[in-house]
Design a protein around this ligand. Sequence first.
Ligand code: TYC
Length: 92
Amino acid sequence: MEEAKPKLKPPSMYKVLMLNDDYTPMDFVVEILEDFFNLGREQATRVMLTVHTEGKAVCGVYPQDIAETKATQVVEYARENQHPLMCQVEQA
Ligand code: TYC
């Protein structure tokens, strides 16, 4: 008897982007990149400076539900600390 072909495909991946603003402190952004995106201090600093100079940068790439959850958690954490930091999720 023939085996059924597995039809599982890997999930589409989504980028979490961080957007620049004039008010969120640089240290706070670096802390977020370390804590929510598991970047080391050097890479977190590089990503933060890319956002600061270019307007946005990719923080990480994940399956959709994880990407959406991280973006929501980052924005909530920023609001709890009275910062206007924004994230975007888009398909990779
Ligand atoms: N532009 C901010 C400042 O000069 C720093 C900053 C970096 C803010 C990255 C947001 O996603 C951001 N304090």
